[in-house]
Design a protein around this ligand. Structure first.
Ligand code: PRT
Ligand code: ZN
Length: 226
């Protein structure tokens, strides 16, 4: 999709952990919008920058297809799709433009409390449940460990108790959810936070100047927050 456009379109999470902070950051950067009745599209008023409100998982694909120009999404989600494209030999279509300093968490390996954890070699031959199979596979490879990846779309923390898996690889912030499921984090495979994602290649039309302006303003806001 190489259509020439003179408005910038940014995808953000419709409802979830990153929605409010993402909107707040864009508003602090001087953007304002008129909301459509279905609240899925916000028309930019102060600048020609529109918002598309979507599920976080859809954001990398929307950028890859050129439906959206930029997106605010967890590094964990972006990284997973970058790894997936690498595995299947597709060229990189999007990349991280900026780390945004909110939505912090870790993608961690967690094992039952009762395990005496020494090293990743203990995972050999075990079943590990995750929503992030590509990152887990890449990490296991770097460790030289062979394990079975059990792909789950939710409720990963309960998988060991249900006998579906021996260990898990999931997002952790306070660790309370792991503790409630008699699991303990033993290793972080990714430090995550919300990021501004954009195409791997620069824009070739009016969107280039708009993206520059937006980045300068966002950098200003992020610097003050530090
Ligand atoms: O509907 P949609 O698909 O858009 O939303 P979602 O349910 O997929 O995403 P959402 O809103 O839950 O999370 C969006 C992003 O927030 C994630 O992709 C991460 O980048 C980031 N984030 C930050 C987290 C957490 N912290 C977090 N704690 N995402 C999930 N969690 C989970 C964690 O796995 C555990 O189950 O929250 C639970 C509580 O964590 P503890 O460790 O504090 O107990
Ligand atoms: Zn999601």
């Amino acid at each position: 999709n190489s259509a020439v456009r003179d408005r910038l379109r940014i995808a953000i999470q419709k409802s979830g952990r990153l929605s409010e902070p993402a909107r707040a950051l864009l508003a602090s950067s001087g953007l304002s919008w008129r909301e459509s009745r279905d609240k899925l599209f916000c028309y930019g008023e102060s600048l020609p920058v529109d918002l598309l409100l979507v599920r976080d998982d859809d954001i990398p694909g929307l950028i890859a297809e050129g439906v959206c120009d930029l997106g605010i999404v967890g590094r964990n989600v972006l990284r997973e799709l970058i790894n997936e494209r690498e595995e299947s030999g597709k060229p990189a279509a999007f990349r991280e433009w900026r780390a945004l300093g909110f939505g912090g968490c870790r993608l961690s390996i967690a094992v039952p409390d009762v395990w005496d954890w020494q090293s990743p070699t203990q995972l050999a031959g075990k079943r590990i449940a995750t929503t992030y199979p590509n990152q887990l596979r890449a990490w296991l490879r770097t460790q030289g460990v062979q394990a079975d990846i059990v792909m789950l779309n939710g409720s990963v923390e309960i998988a060991p108790r249900l006998g579906q898996a021996d260990a898990i690889c999931d997002l952790v912030s306070s660790g309370a959810t792991l503790a409630a499921n008699q699991l303990k984090p033993v290793l972080d495979i990714l430090q995550s936070e919300a990021v501004l994602a954009g195409p791997a290649h620069p824009f070739a039309d009016a969107r280039a100047d708009l993206a520059d302006l937006l980045l300068r303003r966002m950098d200003g806001v992020l610097r003050i927050r530090d």
